[in-house]
Design a protein around this ligand. Structure first.
Ligand SMILES: CC(C)=CCC/C(C)=C/CC/C(C)=C/COP(=O)(O)O
Length: 265
């Protein structure tokens, strides 16, 4: 004889202490535990597929987790974004002449020019023209390839992401493309990371010069946030992307065999 509790639940469909309807336990009693497990996996028996499941209380815990995860990710991303904006604003100490480190703004703009694409590309073409050694020409040609690749890849990502520059930024940068109204990723950070790694791996440099090259890359990247041009995440991603670009250049290294005409001296 069924217990009064089960009979009442079967008739009324009222929820138990867990908010789960008692007819679930009734099904277990009739068919056994293994049947309950298989019933869970039958789409037609699943609360999600049941036409009359108007209440979200009927959903199984696993499904609740699947629903909560995206919102958890959303909250995490929104929190990261809030920290990013707050930190970037705090670090933008040279964003204006009147900012706390406003007097350092002209020096930061010189650092900005030192990582700009035009001096790097023009300087590399000049060195390519002046170099008469075979090995030197190979290295410089690959540096030129790296710089052009950097401009293209950064332009593509900026055009896809379309993240606006921080509100504290003054758009007074020299020689920009239309995509440079966007801030993600920082083109200066990608270039600084890529060029510094390139120089450290392909030029024979004394230790103090190697340290200077590393410091230059870090200062150029840091200056993007200090000038208010970028958020911290734009620069961090840019630095990472610069390293990835360097690996790409190594992979597709142009040799005298690939471009023989350019190596005729
Ligand atoms: C030969 C050639 C196509 C040169 C173009 C060089 C050029 C105008 C690069 C843009 C450099 C720039 C302003 C990048 C923006 O850097 P962010 O760090 O502000 O993203």
């Amino acid at each position: 004889m069924p217990s009064p509790r089960v009979t009442r639940a079967a008739n009324s469909g009222s929820p138990n202490a867990n908010g789960r309807f008692e007819f679930m336990s009734l099904m277990t009693n009739k068919t056994g535990a293994s049947d309950q497990a298989s019933a869970r996996h039958r789409p037609s028996d699943s609360p999600v597929h049941r036409k009359d499941s108007s209440s979200s209380q009927q959903q199984l815990p696993e499904e609740d987790c699947m629903k909560l995860n995206p919102s958890f990710l959303g909250i995490a991303l929104r929190s990261l974004l809030a920290v990013d904006l707050w930190l970037s604003k705090k670090m933008g100490v040279c964003a204006r002449e009147g900012s706390s480190w406003g007097s350092a703004r002209p020096m930061m703009k010189l650092v900005e020019i030192s990582g700009h694409g035009i001096p790097w590309i023009a300087g590399t073409i000049y060195c390519l023209y002046r170099t008469d050694s075979y090995a030197g020409r190979e290295v410089i040609l690959n540096l030129l390839f790296a710089l052009l690749l950097d401009i293209i890849l950064v332009g593509i990502v900026k055009g896809i992401v379309k993240r606006r520059r921080p509100t504290q930024n003054r758009m007074d940068m020299f020689a920009t493309f239309s995509v440079d109204k966007y801030s993600f990723p920082s083109g200066h950070a990608t270039r600084a990371a890529m060029v510094s790694r390139f120089m450290l791996n392909h030029l024979v440099l004394a230790v103090p010069v190697r340290i200077l090259v590393m410091l230059w890359a870090i200062v150029v990247s840091l200056s993007r946030v200090m000038l208010g041009r970028h958020n911290v995440t734009d620069v961090l991603f840019g630095y990472f992307m610069g390293h990835m670009q360097y690996s790409l250049v190594e992979y597709f290294w142009l040799s005298p065999n690939t471009l023989p005409a350019l190596f005729k001296i």
